[in-house]
Design a protein around this ligand. Structure first.
Ligand code: SF4
Length: 279
């Protein structure tokens, strides 16, 4: 079986930066605590725990030492509270997410109604909403765009950094039919787009697509959606232990794609196991 990797695999720039910041900080200050998951990948979290990094779910659990803010960003009120508690803070918010927060705040202050295309429950969306005191309207489908009721306001539309551009385009198309005074600011992360484009190119060359990434990772789930949409058989795993040999029977060419928070060590483990299937 021939194995072909997508043009972009492994950590994106924001995840690599956060991972390295956490490792570096844990060597310098203890306790080193991350407020929530640093990134959406369990293997990465485990690796950091082995290096002494602790994970807390709320500031009530915080001890002195240092608190690291994850890639998805945080509510400015929470950041302020950390300062007031006198705990050192390291901000690992991805600079691109920070840019989206700043842009959203600016557009909101200029009087626009902010529409966010994304997942209401995702931490990035919650952090973006928090910078405008939760005044944005979040939609995630064409149906929700059809149902939107807004009068006499200019609309500024942004998207979660990990959104599928095709889906966003469809939602914008609906909004444009319904509202005149509207502007879309493309906040989809270029890295995410590159991983998605790489997957589409790969799909043309292989019999089966193997996608490695956490089921909690929005951008990995997006890759699975895209692979299904292009009609290619897709197999989504989180790590090598989930591989099932029978899925590769009659597969001559296998394509491997990953989410932006899938570490290189997981990719290597998967490839090693796949190679052991060779007769
Ligand atoms: S996917 Fe993009 S926005 Fe998200 S962490 Fe990576 S570089 Fe930053």
């Amino acid at each position: 079986m021939e194995i072909i990797l997508a043009t972009k695999v492994g950590f994106c720039f924001g995840v690599k930066r956060a991972f390295n910041l956490a490792l570096k900080t844990s060597k310098a200050v203890r306790p080193c605590q991350v407020l929530g998951p640093l990134v959406h990948n369990e293997s990465v979290i485990r690796k950091l725990q082995e290096s002494g990094v602790e994970f807390i779910n709320s500031l009530d659990e915080a001890k002195s030492g240092v608190i690291i803010i994850p890639t998805h960003g945080e509510d400015p009120e929470v950041l302020q509270r950390i300062k007031e508690m006198g705990i050192k803070m390291v901000d690992a918010t991805c600079p691109l997410v920070k840019n989206v927060q700043d842009l959203t705040k600016d557009l909101h202050e200029k009087g626009n109604q902010i529409i966010i295309i994304g997942d209401k429950e995702h931490k990035e969306i919650r952090s973006i909403q928090a910078v405008i005191k939760r005044r944005g309207i979040i939609i995630d489908s064409e149906e929700e765009a059809f149902r939107l009721e807004i009068k006499n306001k200019s609309l500024a539309i942004i998207a979660q950094t990990t959104q599928n551009p095709v889906k966003v385009k469809e939602i914008i198309r609906v909004l444009k039919k319904r509202f005149k005074n509207l502007k879309f600011y493309n906040t989809i992360c270029p890295s995410v787009s590159a991983y998605q484009e790489g997957l589409k190119e790969l799909a043309l060359r292989v019999d089966l697509l193997l996608i490695i990434g956490s089921k909690t990772s929005a951008n990995t789930n997006r890759l699975v959606e895209i692979a299904k949409a292009v009609g290619k058989p897709v197999y989504h795993i989180e790590n090598a232990s989930q591989l099932k040999k029978k899925r590769f029977l009659n597969v001559k060419t296998l394509g491997i794609a990953t989410g932006t928070s899938t570490p290189d060590w997981l990719i290597k483990e998967v490839i090693q196991k796949l190679k052991s299937y060779a007769p």
